[in-house]
Design a protein around this ligand. Structure first.
Ligand SMILES: Cc1cc2nc3c(=O)[nH]c(=O)nc-3n(C[C@H](O)[C@H](O)[C@H](O)COP(=O)(O)O)c2cc1C
Ligand code: SF4
Length: 301
């Protein structure tokens, strides 16, 4: 969205600013996305010149300006309170809540934090009306979502679809099935910490609530497809290792648990008392799931 239609984000943020009385908005983008950074910076300049941003937004008494901030690339800096610390020039460590950012956020000021997709939906709803927006999707998940299909799939890429297609339809009808032509073993949804949906759950509709009911998440709607040759133990190790590398270190279940998780899974791979290790790692996963301060540690299991 930021690379292809940056003004819809600027418009959405300006509307959010005027609605809440905020005069400053930040877009936090990781340095790994240089095209998005360059496009947003240029678009903000154009919007300023056009009077869409500045002291009198579109000639109104409302002031709103924007700044593009580039993050070094820590995954956890996408978590809202860690993002606030990073914006303040501190280490991206998660803050305990309360206080919620809406009460005490950036530099202690009330702060609205939203996803790009949430903010960019606002101008569409205001322009075309709620009924238009509601016409796409199902249940409480309305509108469309850009789905990134990757992994062992014939047609990978970025596709925009309305909520409601089943996971299997997305993989087969949009993605064209696996690139190897072999049966799908699992589909991971929501990024490196997303749940792996086995074949038996491919009838799950792409809908926030339906995914949550199956202990999964849609997240940024990244989908990775695996065929029946995939080694799921290796994938489990990857999740623990990713968590160990990306952990902000604030809470023990994530900071220590992820490293112990890698070690335990390695013992399973080596065949060292596997039953005992599975019992251990199950207990560890429960501790991480229910005891972590944020979703990085919480979703790793
Ligand atoms: C570890 C972690 C990483 C996250 N990364 C992102 C991210 O890259 N982009 C994003 O929009 N939200 C990310 N989030 C979610 C945000 O914390 C926040 O909940 C969300 O952006 C709120 O927006 P919404 O209410 O409009 O969905 C992340 C959350 C966690 C726990
Ligand atoms: S779960 Fe991990 S990333 Fe989140 S606060 Fe705890 S240590 Fe930090």
């Amino acid at each position: 969205i930021m690379e292809g239609d940056p003004f819809v984000l600027i418009e959405g943020m300006a509307i959010a600013g005027v609605a809440t009385g905020a005069t400053k908005g930040f877009v936090y983008i990781r340095s790994e996305y240089p095209h998005a950074v360059a496009m947003m910076q240029k678009a903000v300049e154009v919007a300023r010149q056009a009077g869409l941003l500045g002291v009198n937004v579109l000639g109104s008494p409302n002031a709103f300006d924007m700044e593009i901030r580039v993050g070094a690339g820590a995954y956890v800096c996408g978590e809202e309170t860690s993002l606030l610390n990073s914006l303040e020039g501190k280490r991206g460590v998660v803050r305990a809540k309360p206080p919620l950012p809406a009460i005490q956020g950036l530099f202690g000021k009330p702060t609205v934090i939203n996803n790009v997709i949430s903010l960019t939906s606002v101008p569409v709803i205001m322009d075309k009306g709620a009924a238009f927006y509601k016409d796409f999707g199902m249940g409480r998940s309305r509108g469309t979502i850009p789905i990134q299909i990757a992994g062992n799939v014939r047609y990978g890429g970025l596709f925009e679809a309305a909520f409601g297609m089943t996971l299997g339809e997305i993989v087969d009808d949009i993605g064209g099935g696996t690139a190897t032509g072999r049966p799908v073993k699992a589909v991971q949804v929501g990024g490196p910490l997303g749940a792996y949906f086995p074949r038996s759950l491919l009838d799950t509709p792409f809908d926030y609530e339906a995914f949550a009911a199956k202990d999964g998440l849609i997240g940024h709607a990244g989908i990775t497809v695996f065929d029946d040759t995939a080694d799921m133990l290796k994938q489990a190790r990857f999740a623990m290792e990713f968590c160990a590398v990306e952990s902000c270190g604030k809470c023990t279940p994530c900071r220590i648990g992820s490293t112990r998780g890698v070690e335990t899974i390695d013992r399973i791979a080596k065949g060292i008392e596997p039953d005992k290790q599975i019992e251990l790692v199950t207990d560890l996963c429960n501790t991480m799931k229910f005891g972590s301060l944020c979703a990085l540690g919480g979703f790793t299991p």
